[in-house]
Design a protein around this ligand. Structure first.
Ligand SMILES: *Cc1c(COP(=O)(O)O)cnc(C)c1O
Length: 378
């Protein structure tokens, strides 16, 4: 066996902040204006231009971004919101947070995104909104999704936390659709350390977003102030926005590099990998997904914790995204349980996320593939 302990540790994700961005943060710290100010405005303007001129507002997390999107859509007590059980728990928590009822529909075993047939079957007269998740950056079928939303008169809050730079049939995720929420948490393709942004439909929704993120305040003139709705404290700082501007400048290069790394993974595993090992590779889609994650499904007989421990022996950190939300205690207490969403339960048990980040090299990918082949054949 080769000794890999001398090779550098490969995490599944790692942010890359360039020196120009670090200098820009220093400038903010010296400027005397730390919280929301010119950098936030510049980031919102850059994102708005990127998304085809739609209004964009920033927040201090992708989680509160989605919560505010639901509030803007008027979702609250008595309303059902349908989402996927395979996502970060924030996706479903925000539904509870606004007083609505989460409803899950099982996932598609190939895309691992919400199964739109099952989504349609879960619609009731109380359904008001859908939260689709573009998991690992692979878009949900947007034609079909928005056809369903139109047919049943539902709002859509896209959880595009992982999907900046992804597209659907050549159109950027965020540049069309209803409310589209992105996250800039540290592991995402571009980061502000913590943060998020919401793409909105019109100026009125943008004004509502501004109120919800800052205590419901509206200012006018030199000293006019009123509060006409309950808002929170969700604004992004200029420190974070300076990081975001530096990251945004690299977005196209980051997306291109991730696509090249994904191709390298497929080339390394080779066409017979699935047949030989029983593992399942992700959908080989290179035009639209931003490859936020590169996830394989381990064969049933492999215990994920043991696989992860053996990969650590190769100095490679493996992530898993995600444990099925409906099996968490908070959701079992609301009537969900094992057996309800079998595809999600299988994927949730066996999915692993391989190293995938901007500073990762093709040699790192080759090393990871070799380690996986060796662990799975042992
Ligand atoms: C990261 C993430 C979130 C939450 O974003 P935060 O910025 O961490 O609050 C929500 N949904 C998905 C799918 C995510 O990956």
């Amino acid at each position: 066996m080769t000794d890999n302990s001398a090779l550098p540790f490969l995490p599944f994700s790692r942010p890359s902040i360039d020196e120009a961005t670090i200098a820009a943060v220093g400038d903010v710290l010296r400027s005397g204006w730390l919280t929301s100010g010119p950098k936030v405005q510049a980031l919102e303007a850059a994102l708005s231009a990127y998304f085809g001129g739609r209004p964009v507002r920033t927040f201090n997390s992708g989680t509160c971004t989605m919560e505010i999107a639901l509030r803007i859509a008027g979702i609250g007590p008595g309303d059902e919101v349908i989402t996927t059980p395979i996502s970060w728990v924030a996706t479903a928590n925000v539904i509870i947070e606004v007083g609505a009822t989460p409803v899950f529909a099982d996932i598609d075993p190939v895309t691992r995104n919400i199964d739109l047939d099952k989504l349609e079957a879960a619609i009731t007269p109380a359904t008001r909104a859908i939260i689709p998740v573009h998991l690992s950056g692979l878009p949900v079928d947007m034609d079909r999704l928005y056809a369903i939303a139109k047919k049943y008169n539902l709002r859509v809050v896209e959880d595009a936390a992982q999907a900046i730079g992804s597209s659907w049939k050549g159109r950027l995720i965020g540049s069309f659709g209803d409310l589209v929420s992105f996250s800039f948490q540290a592991n995402k393709n571009i980061t502000t350390a913590e943060g998020g942004c919401l793409v909105l439909n019109n100026a009125e929704e943008a004004r509502l977003a501004e109120k919800y993120r800052l205590q419901g305040v509206t200012r006018s003139g030199m000293d006019g102030i009123d509060v006409d709705l309950l808002g929170g404290k969700y604004n992004m700082t200029d420190i974070a926005a300076a990081i975001g501007l530096g990251q945004f400048a690299q977005l196209d290069a980051i997306t291109a590099h991730r696509r090249a790394l994904a191709k390298r993974y497929f080339a390394g595993f080779g066409p017979d990998f699935e047949a030989r090992t029983g593992a399942q590779l992700p959908l080989a889609e290179f035009d639209n997904t931003n490859w936020h994650l590169f996830q394989i499904i381990l064969p049933e007989h492999v215990k994920r914790a043991e696989f992860m421990a053996e990969m650590m022996q190769h100095n490679i950190g493996i992530g898993f995204h995600y444990a099925p939300i409906h099996l968490f205690t908070l959701y079992r207490e609301r009537g969900f349980g094992p057996g309800m969403f079998p595809v999600a339960e299988r994927v949730g048990r066996q999915t692993v996320s391989l190293p995938m980040f901007y500073a990762l090299t093709e040699a790192d990918v080759d090393r990871t593939v070799a380690a996986i082949k060796s662990v799975l054949s042992a």
